[in-house]
Design a protein around this ligand. Sequence first.
Ligand code: ZN
Ligand code: ZN
Ligand code: ZN
Length: 368
Amino acid sequence: MFAERLDRARVAMTQQGVDTLLLSVGADLPYFCGYEAMPLERLTLLVVPREGDAHLIVPFLEAPRVVERPGVFDLVPWRDGEDPIVLAVDLIGAAGTAAVGDQTWAGFLVDLVAALPGTRFVRASEVTAPIRSVKDAAEVEVLRAAGAAVDRIAADLQAGAIPLVGRTEADVAAQLGRRILDEGHHRVNFTIVASGPNAASPHHEAGDRVIRAGEGVLFDFGGTMVGPDGVGYCSDITRCVHTGEPAPGFAALYEVLVGSHAAGLAAATVGTPCEDVDAAARTVIDDAGYGEFFIHRTGHGIGVEAHEHPNIVVGNKLPLVPGHAFSIEPGIYVPDRWGARLEDIVVATADGPDSMNRADHRLAVVDG
Ligand code: ZN
Ligand code: ZN
Ligand code: ZN
């Protein structure tokens, strides 16, 4: 699998005139070689020339964690006291253009730029994002399993099986985190719990506010589930519940959101430009008069990373192809008052959009 992925990277490198691909911290590295670098100050770097063998430079003390993959890369461990940039420069040689991982520490890039004055550096995502964004059947099955796992948690929230009123957001968020692991993820990525007016902040950090009766609570949570060959794929879902009957204004707002989500989903067909999916969801909210309160793009790609390509956003004219996996997550946020968002992960297929999340879209009313 990894050898095949690297072959695809080399084809893209050839098309784009990239001589060497340099991957460090970030999701490209596990995707292409099965190894995830710790975000350390010591350099880990996969050096992939357009032709010839790839080499993985790793700190000597990290080498025991590396699953060796003959035919994919050769291991180059370095010891404390050695200069790993010298090792890297040796392997990179006289590359005219190097594509460096977008999340590589700036410090290492500064050193590489200084050591390779004849090399032009570009973002590795130009090579890697188009490859990673199109999921194969095995990847989609992991996304589906991760989606089903968070659906079970969402269903419990909607059924009132997870108590809310009288608890702090942070307490509920901690419980969601434990559930994400219990349901089969190996890592928790985020647990947003935003109650009452806090839901007007899309990425509100769960805090010590106590959830009350008679208000909306927004939950947006996800984790990473291990798939083929140990590479992890992400879940990401948003649902809202209301503690007791909602005010008419909130219920009306939420109905607009359901319509917006449905319009976005219906538009997410193969061949449709990403920005048209955004427009389909946005038009429903605009037409209902809430346009100024929908303050972000309709969605983002998802896979090894919770946010990757393609973005469902104005200006992205990329047409959807089978295997594109992304969120559809319109939101309406009225400052100091309330907010709501509805999010599913969707995969584009020749037979139409395939939702990884099946939890009920309606506003769940739980005991106040
Ligand atoms: Zn978000
Ligand atoms: Zn999302
Ligand atoms: Zn989300």
